[in-house]
Design a protein around this ligand. Structure first.
Ligand SMILES: N[C@@H](CCC(=O)N[C@@H](CS)C(=O)NCC(=O)O)C(=O)O
Length: 119
Protein backbone atom coordinates (compact mmCIF):
# COMPACT_ATOMS: atom_id res chain seq x y z
CA UNK A 1 0.00 0.00 0.00
CA UNK A 2 2.85 2.37 0.77
CA UNK A 3 4.15 1.62 -2.72
CA UNK A 4 0.80 2.77 -4.08
CA UNK A 5 1.26 6.07 -2.30
CA UNK A 6 -1.25 5.47 0.47
CA UNK A 7 -0.18 7.51 3.49
CA UNK A 8 0.55 5.50 6.65
CA UNK A 9 -1.80 2.61 5.84
CA UNK A 10 -3.47 0.97 8.85
CA UNK A 11 -6.60 -0.98 9.62
CA UNK A 12 -9.43 -0.26 9.34
CA UNK A 13 -9.71 1.04 5.81
CA UNK A 14 -12.32 0.98 3.07
CA UNK A 15 -12.20 0.99 -0.67
CA UNK A 16 -15.15 2.54 -2.42
CA UNK A 17 -15.23 2.39 -6.19
CA UNK A 18 -11.55 1.46 -6.04
CA UNK A 19 -10.66 4.50 -3.96
CA UNK A 20 -8.86 4.01 -0.67
CA UNK A 21 -10.29 5.60 2.43
CA UNK A 22 -8.35 5.44 5.66
CA UNK A 23 -8.51 6.05 9.40
CA UNK A 24 -11.32 5.22 11.78
CA UNK A 25 -12.85 8.58 12.63
CA UNK A 26 -12.65 10.05 9.13
CA UNK A 27 -14.29 6.87 7.78
CA UNK A 28 -17.08 7.17 10.36
CA UNK A 29 -17.55 10.83 9.48
CA UNK A 30 -17.66 10.05 5.75
CA UNK A 31 -20.28 7.30 6.21
CA UNK A 32 -22.34 9.54 8.51
CA UNK A 33 -22.43 12.23 5.85
CA UNK A 34 -23.29 9.76 3.12
CA UNK A 35 -26.25 8.30 5.00
CA UNK A 36 -27.25 11.54 6.72
CA UNK A 37 -27.24 10.03 10.19
CA UNK A 38 -25.29 10.38 13.41
CA UNK A 39 -24.51 13.98 12.63
CA UNK A 40 -25.05 16.98 14.87
CA UNK A 41 -26.96 20.07 13.77
CA UNK A 42 -24.01 22.43 13.95
CA UNK A 43 -20.23 22.57 13.58
CA UNK A 44 -19.63 23.04 17.30
CA UNK A 45 -21.50 19.84 18.22
CA UNK A 46 -19.85 17.96 15.36
CA UNK A 47 -16.48 19.06 16.66
CA UNK A 48 -17.53 17.72 20.09
CA UNK A 49 -18.50 14.37 18.57
CA UNK A 50 -15.19 14.21 16.70
CA UNK A 51 -13.33 14.95 19.91
CA UNK A 52 -15.15 12.07 21.62
CA UNK A 53 -14.23 9.76 18.75
CA UNK A 54 -10.63 10.91 19.15
CA UNK A 55 -10.75 10.15 22.88
CA UNK A 56 -12.07 6.65 22.10
CA UNK A 57 -9.19 6.12 19.67
CA UNK A 58 -6.65 7.34 22.24
CA UNK A 59 -8.06 4.84 24.73
CA UNK A 60 -8.12 2.06 22.15
CA UNK A 61 -4.51 2.65 21.05
CA UNK A 62 -3.33 2.56 24.67
CA UNK A 63 -5.21 -0.73 25.04
CA UNK A 64 -3.53 -2.12 21.91
CA UNK A 65 -0.10 -1.00 23.17
CA UNK A 66 -0.68 -2.59 26.57
CA UNK A 67 -1.89 -5.92 25.22
CA UNK A 68 -0.59 -6.59 21.72
CA UNK A 69 2.54 -4.62 20.96
CA UNK A 70 5.76 -6.66 21.20
CA UNK A 71 7.10 -6.25 24.70
CA UNK A 72 3.69 -6.01 26.32
CA UNK A 73 3.42 -8.02 29.50
CA UNK A 74 1.13 -8.57 32.48
CA UNK A 75 2.74 -5.43 33.95
CA UNK A 76 1.89 -3.25 30.94
CA UNK A 77 -1.65 -4.64 30.96
CA UNK A 78 -2.00 -3.94 34.65
CA UNK A 79 -0.60 -0.42 34.25
CA UNK A 80 -3.13 0.25 31.51
CA UNK A 81 -6.07 -0.90 33.63
CA UNK A 82 -4.97 0.75 36.87
CA UNK A 83 -3.24 3.94 35.73
CA UNK A 84 -4.52 4.83 32.28
CA UNK A 85 -8.03 3.48 31.80
CA UNK A 86 -9.76 5.22 34.75
CA UNK A 87 -9.05 8.61 33.12
CA UNK A 88 -11.13 7.49 30.15
CA UNK A 89 -13.86 5.87 32.26
CA UNK A 90 -14.28 9.14 34.16
CA UNK A 91 -14.34 11.08 30.91
CA UNK A 92 -17.08 8.86 29.48
CA UNK A 93 -19.09 9.15 32.69
CA UNK A 94 -18.78 12.94 32.56
CA UNK A 95 -19.89 13.02 28.93
CA UNK A 96 -22.88 10.77 29.48
CA UNK A 97 -23.95 12.44 32.73
CA UNK A 98 -24.10 15.83 30.96
CA UNK A 99 -26.50 14.46 28.37
CA UNK A 100 -30.24 14.46 28.91
CA UNK A 101 -30.00 11.18 27.05
CA UNK A 102 -30.39 8.66 25.89
CA UNK A 103 -27.44 9.61 23.67
CA UNK A 104 -24.53 12.00 23.79
CA UNK A 105 -26.52 14.71 22.03
CA UNK A 106 -29.88 13.90 23.55
CA UNK A 107 -32.37 12.12 21.33
CA UNK A 108 -30.46 12.21 18.08
CA UNK A 109 -26.85 11.08 18.20
CA UNK A 110 -25.79 8.24 18.54
CA UNK A 111 -27.69 5.00 17.99
CA UNK A 112 -31.25 4.11 18.93
CA UNK A 113 -31.76 3.34 22.59
CA UNK A 114 -32.69 -0.28 22.12
CA UNK A 115 -29.45 -0.97 20.29
CA UNK A 116 -27.08 0.88 22.59
CA UNK A 117 -26.84 -0.16 26.19
CA UNK A 118 -24.30 2.03 27.96
CA UNK A 119 -24.36 1.79 31.73
N1 LIG B 1 -5.12 6.30 13.54
C1 LIG B 1 -5.51 5.02 12.97
C2 LIG B 1 -4.94 3.92 13.84
C3 LIG B 1 -5.29 2.55 13.32
C4 LIG B 1 -4.25 1.52 13.72
O1 LIG B 1 -3.19 1.81 14.26
N2 LIG B 1 -4.58 0.27 13.40
C5 LIG B 1 -3.67 -0.81 13.69
C6 LIG B 1 -4.44 -2.05 13.98
S1 LIG B 1 -5.30 -1.90 15.49
C7 LIG B 1 -2.80 -1.09 12.50
O2 LIG B 1 -3.29 -1.19 11.38
N3 LIG B 1 -1.49 -1.23 12.74
C8 LIG B 1 -0.54 -1.49 11.71
C9 LIG B 1 -0.30 -2.93 11.49
O3 LIG B 1 -0.90 -3.75 12.22
O4 LIG B 1 0.47 -3.28 10.60
C10 LIG B 1 -7.04 4.98 12.88
O5 LIG B 1 -7.67 5.87 13.45
O6 LIG B 1 -7.62 4.12 12.22
Amino acid sequence: MMAQGIPAPTLPYLTIDGKYMGKTTPIMRYISKQIGKYLADNDMDNQYLDSLADICMDWYMLWVDAHYVPGSSPETESKFHIERSPFFHTSFENVLSKSSGPYVLGEKVWRKKKRMNIK
